[in-house]
Design a protein around this ligand. Structure first.
Ligand code: NDP
Length: 259
């Protein structure tokens, strides 16, 4: 049985009720995990209020802290809070990404150095950075799950810069899995089908991508946040104890199709 009772799960990347991280957090909570939530702070505190209102009642998070992955101090404070409140960590969900709009449409060769650096720092480097802080806190049997997309292995129109970020992210998963395996901590990625969210709406033609998947995928549809959440819960549970360093597709089978 899928049981996460007593496990401490830190979830990043909840922006609103369309976020994939929201689907994951709900499924982890339903399986019995204690939930901690990080949010991206903004100067007016609007994001904090929005995320708090969403998660407070249903998830009753025992940790709720700001964590901009470009902010060293906030990263360290986040894990200091985890150490103080929980002592140990079992689950880390890395469910965030960012690229400037100019990197998500038009000519790939037009991507600037600034846009490249920012996208890779937030979307790729951050996985290893959070893992570094989490490493000493993990209980044996721990699990890290991140989110990727098929645009990291195949050319998807407009995905451009994020394709590079996801390719790097998938390789990061393998290197981290090799490093953390000795401590019995597993690291995996879920490659999700296209879902309408704040982040995906920045990718040029996201609706066309979804319609294409609905036509081509074996299941003739795309997937939901909760379906991704179910697979994340599996990857965080003992049911998947032999799986690490993998990219698991939750995409209604789209990735197997040639035409
Ligand atoms: P959301 O916009 O809901 O989530 C993206 C999250 O990243 C937001 O919470 C955002 O915060 C956060 N974020 C951006 N910059 C930073 C930063 N510097 N520090 C901390 N957090 C930051 O979109 P999704 O749920 O779609 O995205 C979640 C993950 O799923 C991403 O990795 C995405 O690439 C991946 N994915 C999405 C697919 C889709 O079709 N939607 C398909 C496959 C993978 P805020 O909104 O407050 O700025």
């Amino acid at each position: 049985m899928l049981d996460l009772t007593g496990k401490n799960a830190l979830v990043t990347g909840i922006a609103n009720n369309r976020s994939i991280a929201w689907g994951i957090a709900q499924q982890l909570h339903q399986a019995g995990a204690n939930i901690g939530v990080t949010y991206l702070p903004d100067p007016k505190g609007r994001f904090e209020k929005k995320v708090r209102e969403l998660v407070e009642e249903p998830l009753k998070p025992s940790i709720f802290v700001p964590c901009d992955v470009q902010n060293e101090e906030q990263i360290q404070e986040t894990f200091k809070t985890v150490a103080q409140e929980w002592g140990k960590l079992d689950i880390l969900i890395h469910c965030l990404a960012f690229a400037d709009k100019e990197g998500l449409s038009g000519d790939f060769s037009a991507i600037t150095s600034e846009a490249f650096t920012k996208a890779l720092e937030i979307s790729t480097f951050s996985l290893g950075r959070l893992a570094r802080e989490a490493k000493p806190l993990f209980n044996p049997g721990g699990s890290i799950v991140t989110l990727t997309y098929i645009g990291g292995v195949k050319v998807i129109p407009n995905y451009n810069l994020m394709g590079i970020a996801k390719a790097g992210l998938e390789m990061t998963v393998r290197y981290l899995a090799a490093e953390l395996g000795a401590a019995d901590v597993r690291v995996n990625a879920i490659s999700a089908g296209p879902i309408r969210t704040l982040a995906s709406s920045a990718v040029g033609g996201i609706l066309d991508m979804i319609h294409h998947v609905e036509n081509v995928a074996p299941l003739k549809r795309t997937v939901t946040q909760l379906e991704v959440g179910n697979t994340a819960a599996f990857l965080c549970s003992d049911l998947s104890s032999g799986i690490t360093g993998q990219v698991i597709y939750v995409d209604a089978g789209y990735n197997i199709m040639g035409m």
